[in-house]
Design a binder for this molecule. Structure first.
Ligand code: UDP
Ligand code: MG
Length: 335
């Protein structure tokens, strides 16, 4: 689904240019109305840090004035970098593109609509450094500003994801988070074209922490996440971490065979008792048998497709955090 340029995963720029302390990645799709406001608030926070930083604005194929607005901002803001995607590729893809190209020692991703307060970045950075963490999640203190429907669907989504991926998936954490350079490099190793970041990041297994924040109302413009996209994200999340839906046919087939067995016995008994229309038992048994066999075969196919699917994903089964053979004196100084 996501087609990245050939060099997207090779980190060409990551090694040739000096590394700022912090990169802030902002996916933007048709955000011209909020852009000036966002830029002013973000810049105030980042300039106040007193450290080298870069802002990677990912223009996700905007068709309004976002591109022009970014170009104008760049004239007076040398730390602003603009990554333009050729067409609208979706929030996740834009995020991945920005994060993989960011050069900072730490990389924070944030939405452009000021729902995630830029001031929280300072806190994330402080926590990551103080506790030597590789991942800091922004966790929504409450979702008062979201509709009851969004809250309800989100709760269901996180419950399902924690079952599929594991307990390390924080509930109520969206895509406002900090990653260390090591975490970004681990992401780069994934062969997948479009990982669902909010699931893959916890799955990487780095030490992580949380910073809670108040999720504000969108400052301007409209949401780009209608129901259809939310459903799409949920479907992608499930299928990228589980072959369970494929296995469903096997279970259905087995259940079908069991039910068929019982009904065949009933049909034969009815036939022996002579209480049926002639021809009914043979027809009935044949239909049941065929149905069950078909479901079972579909299930078998599903099992093989599931295996092919996990093989094609090619995710590493583990990541080595440290090897004492690499640095005998200090086994944990991986970088
Ligand atoms: N976004 C994007 N590409 C898209 C849709 C959204 O880059 O196709 C960006 C959008 O500009 C914003 C962020 O993703 O910075 C989150 O989107 P939005 O605020 O519309 O989602 P919501 O907060 O309503 O879930
Ligand atoms: Mg938003």
């Amino acid at each position: 689904m996501v087609h990245q340029g050939k060099d997207a995963r090779e980190g060409v720029s990551a090694v040739t240019r000096p590394e700022p302390a912090l990169s802030v990645v902002v996916p933007m799709f048709d955000e011209e109305s909020v852009l000036p406001l966002f830029a002013r608030r973000l810049r105030a926070v980042l300039d106040g840090l007193g450290e080298a930083y870069e802002v990677v604005a990912v223009d996700d194929g905007s068709t309004d004035g976002t591109g022009a607005g970014l170009a104008a901002l760049r004239a007076g803001w040398p730390q602003l970098r603009v990554l333009r995607l050729r067409r609208n590729s979706g929030h996740q893809a834009a995020l991945v593109a920005g994060v993989l190209r960011a050069r900072g020692r730490y990389v924070v991703s944030i939405d452009a609509d000021l729902q995630d307060p830029p001031e929280t970045i300072v806190e994330m950075l402080r926590l990551a450094r103080a506790d030597d963490l590789d991942i800091v999640y922004g966790v929504r203190a409450d979702r008062r500003t979201d509709s009851a429907f969004k809250r309800w669907t989100a709760a269901g989504y996180y419950r399902l994801m924690r079952r599929l991926v594991g307990k390390q998936v924080p509930a109520q954490a969206g895509d406002f988070r900090l990653l260390s350079r090591a975490a970004v490099e681990a992401l780069r190793e994934l062969p997948e074209r479009s990982p669902v970041l909010r699931l893959v990041v916890p799955w990487l297994g780095f030490p992580s922490g949380e910073v809670s924040y108040q999720r504000d109302e969108r400052a301007a413009g409209r949401t780009k996440y209608p129901l259809s996209r939310m459903a799409g994200l949920a479907a992608e999340s499930v299928t990228s971490f589980s072959a369970a839906p494929l296995r469903f046919a096997t279970w259905l087939g087995l259940a079908g065979v069991a039910v068929c067995g019982v009904l065949v016995v009933v049909a034969v008994l009815a036939w022996l008792a002579g209480s049926t229309v002639s021809g009914w038992p043979s027809l009935y048994v044949a239909v049941l048998f065929l149905g069950a066999v078909q479901l079972l075969c579909l299930g078998l196919l599903g099992e093989y497709v599931a295996r092919i699917y996990t093989a094609v994903q090619g995710r590493p089964a583990y990541f080595v955090a440290a090897d004492s053979a690499d640095s005998p004196d200090s086994p944990d100084s991986a970088d």
